[in-house]
Design a protein around this ligand. Structure first.
Ligand SMILES: Cc1ncc(COP(=O)(O)O)c(C=O)c1O
Length: 235
């Protein structure tokens, strides 16, 4: 707030992730939109982890919060996460998007997406908009994972999204658990400082709609087994 107040009117940008990539929680977008409006700042939401997953037709965290282009003039959607492709798009206020296309150096000086990839992403967008069952199934799997994790005494974070961190504490434990899980057939990345704070190393579990309840239960069992074998000290 202090920084926004010190900026000349209309000169500031308030940038946030829609879904935070390491914790899985959702930004308080309505509150941020209010702050941006009051302070005449431009709100930009990087929705890499919200698109396809949250909101009506998977339109992301901005739509899920009941906001639109008037509140969030710029949004970034990656094509490489829920949409399974590669690359990214910015969407929002037409003048702003045109301005970016004219001046954004990474856009100007990078080879454009191959047409086949653009077509694949378009097909993925159509599927994501249509297939509510994928989001319903994901929602069920997230619930199953969280309930099971609490039964096994695993420490989670307050996330309702497919990003479900399991806290492991010190820096050495998370990679050791990740390696043990790989041996057991599960690919779960270990996240350590400086990506996250000291003492908050974790396994970053990411669920998809094509996982099965059996796989989620087997993963929970494997994490608990690895935890029991490799001392897990949560700060
Ligand atoms: C919040 C956020 N934005 C953007 C990106 C970049 O996405 P991509 O690798 O598809 O360019 C990531 C990647 O993890 C991310 O977490």
């Amino acid at each position: 707030m202090r920084q926004l107040r010190n900026a000349a009117s209309g000169a500031a940008m308030l940038a946030t992730d829609g879904v935070f990539s390491m914790d899985g929680d959702v930004a308080p977008l309505r509150a941020l939109a209010l702050v941006a409006r009051t302070e005449e700042a431009l709100l930009y939401v990087d929705d890499a982890h919200g698109v396809g997953v949250l909101g009506p037709q998977g339109r992301g965290s901005v739509a899920d919060a009941g906001l639109g282009v008037a509140d969030v003039p710029l949004q970034l959607a990656t094509l490489g996460k829920a949409l399974g492709g590669y690359g990214a798009v910015v969407a929002g206020d037409a003048d702003l998007v045109e301005h970016l296309a004219g001046v954004a150096r990474p856009y100007l000086y990078t080879t454009a997406l191959p047409p086949a990839l653009a077509a694949a992403s378009l097909a993925a967008v159509r599927l994501a908009r249509r297939d509510d069952w994928r989001r319903a199934r994901l929602h069920d799997l997230i619930g199953l994972f969280r309930t099971g994790a609490s039964r096994f005494g695993l420490e989670l974070m307050p996330s309702a999204t497919p990003i479900q961190p399991v806290l492991c504490g010190d820096e050495a434990t998370a990679p050791a658990m990740s390696a043990a899980l790989e041996q057991a057939g599960f690919m779960v990345t270990a996240i350590r400082p400086p990506t996250v704070a000291e003492g908050r190393s974790r396994l970053r579990v990411t669920l998809t709609s094509l996982h099965s309840p059996q796989q989620v239960n087997a993963l929970l069992g494997a994490i608990a087994e690895a935890r029991d074998r490799i001392a897990c000290n949560v700060a």
